[in-house]
Design a protein around this ligand. Structure first.
Ligand code: ZN
Length: 389
C-alpha cells in the first residue's frame, strides 16, 4: 500500500460517496479491470446495499464500512482503500491474482443518510482549520458528557448542542417520517440525528444476529438505556442506537439479513470447493483505536481461536491498536468469528479519538496518518492470514 492519501474529501455524505463509487465503476469499466457492482440486498426504504467485487483470486476477502450510520470515517476508509488499491498498479496486480475483494463501503445506507446529511449542513463551507476547530469542540463536549455520566451527574448533554440538526436535512420523505416517529416514541429531539447509528426503522444492525440474541434481549430488559453520553437513549426498542431488533437475521433488519446470505454463500466455497474459499471479513467501526476479534471460546474451536489471536497480533503490530476481549460477545461479527471455521473475522475500531461522527476529524493530519497505517495493516494482515490458513 502506498503511504499516501488519495481521497481529499474527508467528511462524506451518502450522495458524495455514491458519486465517488460510480466514478470508480465507470473508470474501471473503461479500463476493463474486473470490477463488479453486486447489490446484495435493499434496505427497508429501498436503498441498495452494494458490494464492489474486485480481483480474480481464489481467496475471498470482505471489507465492510458503516454498520453504524454515524461512523462516517469508516466509509471514507473503505472508499480510500478501494481508490488506493485500484490506482496502485503493483498492489493491484499482486493482490488481484491471489484475492477477490468484496468492498461494502456502506452496509447501513439509511443510518449513514440520517447522520451524514445532518453533519454536512454544519461542515460543507468550512476550511480545514475551521473544520478541526468544530470537531475539537464537539469532542470536548462529548468527553464532558461521558465524564458526567460516569459521575452520575444528570445534566443536559452538551454534545447535542454543537451541531445544528433537523429532520428536514433528510431528503427522503418516507425515511424522514420513520425517523420522526422513532424520535417521538423515544421522547428525543432532533439534536440526536448526527449520532444516529441504527437503520431507518431504529434497529442497530451491529446487534442484530443469531449469536446471543436471546441473551442480549434479556440484558436490554434490565439495561434499558445506552451507556455514557447515550444514557438517555432507549436501547430496548426502536431508537437511534443500540436496539437489537425483534428477531435475529430477518428482513426487518435487511442490512444483517442480506449480509448474512452473502457471507454464507461465500463460506459455502470453503465446504464444497478445494480451489476457492472465504478467507477473511473485516468490519470497520470508528471508536477508540481498538481491535475486537476474540471469538467466543465456548462455541468456537481451539484452532479457530488461535488463528484469530495471531491475526489480532499481526494487525496490532502495524497500528498499535488495543485488542479488547469483551465479556458479552454478541452481534453479527461475533457470530462469524465463532462459527465460520478458518475464516478470520475482525472488527476494527478506527480512530484513537472517539466522538462519532466528527470527533475523529479534530486533527485531520493525525487521522489521515491512522488511515494510512490501517491500509498497510489491512493488506499485510490479509497476506499473513493467507500464510497461516
Ligand atoms: Zn460502531
Amino acid at each position: 500500500m502506498n503511504n499516501k492519501i488519495f481521497l481529499d474529501d474527508y467528511i462524506l455524505t451518502y450522495e458524495k460517496s455514491c458519486k465517488y463509487l460510480s466514478n470508480l465503476t465507470d473508470i474501471n469499466y473503461h479500463n476493463s479491470k474486473r470490477f463488479l457492482v453486486n447489490t446484495i440486498g435493499t434496505t427497508n426504504f429501498s436503498f441498495p446495499i452494494n458490494s464492489y467485487e474486485i480481483g480474480y483470486g481464489s481467496n475471498h476477502v470482505v471489507i465492510i464500512g458503516t454498520t453504524h450510520g454515524c461512523e462516517i470515517l469508516s466509509t471514507y476508509f473503505v472508499i480510500e482503500t478501494m481508490i488506493n488499491f485500484l490506482l496502485d498498479k503493483s498492489i493491484y496486480e499482486k493482490y488481484t491474482k491471489k484475492y477477490t475483494f468484496h468492498f461494502i463501503p456502506i452496509l447501513n445506507p439509511e443510518g449513514f443518510i440520517i447522520s451524514s446529511s445532518n453533519v454536512y449542513e454544519n461542515v460543507f463551507n468550512l476550511n480545514k482549520k475551521e473544520l478541526e476547530n468544530l470537531c475539537t469542540t464537539y469532542l470536548e463536549k462529548y468527553n464532558i458528557d461521558d465524564d458526567n455520566a460516569l459521575k452520575q451527574i444528570c445534566l443536559p448533554k452538551k454534545y447535542k448542542k454543537v451541531l445544528k440538526s433537523s429532520l428536514n436535512y433528510i431528503l427522503y420523505k418516507d425515511l424522514r417520517k420513520s425517523v420522526h416517529d422513532i424520535l417521538q416514541d423515544c421522547n428525543l429531539a432532533q439534536d440526536v440525528l448526527p449520532i444516529w447509528s441504527a437503520n431507518g426503522i431504529g434497529i442497530d444492525p451491529n446487534c442484530n444476529s443469531i449469536h446471543k440474541f436471546n441473551e442480549i434481549a434479556e440484558y436490554k430488559k434490565v439495561n434499558k438505556y445506552g451507556k455514557l453520553r447515550y444514557n438517555d437513549i432507549p436501547a430496548y426498542k426502536p431508537s437511534p442506537i443500540g436496539f437489537h431488533g425483534f428477531d435475529p437475521l430477518t428482513k426487518k433488519c435487511p442490512e444483517t439479513y442480506y449480509l448474512n446470505n452473502f457471507i454464507q454463500n461465500l463460506y459455502k466455497k470453503n465446504l464444497s470447493s478445494k480451489k476457492e474459499k472465504l478467507l477473511a471479513i473485516f468490519s470497520y467501526h470508528c471508536t477508540g483505536g481498538e481491535i475486537f476479534s476474540y471469538p467466543d471460546l465456548s462455541i468456537c474451536s481451539k484452532s479457530n481461536y488461535d488463528l484469530h489471536l495471531k491475526a489480532i497480533d499481526n494487525y496490532r503490530k502495524y497500528t498499535n491498536y488495543i485488542p479488547r476481549d469483551e465479556n458479552l460477545k454478541f452481534g453479527y461479527m461475533d457470530y462469524y468469528r465463532s462459527t465460520l471455521e478458518k475464516v478470520i473475522s475482525m472488527t476494527i475500531e478506527l480512530s484513537r479519538k472517539n466522538g462519532n461522527p466528527i470527533g475523529p476529524f479534530s486533527n485531520i493530519d493525525d487521522i489521515l496518518e491512522e488511515v494510512k497505517l490501517n491500509k498497510i495493516a489491512l493488506f499485510n494482515t490479509i497476506d499473513y492470514i493467507s500464510s497461516i490458513i
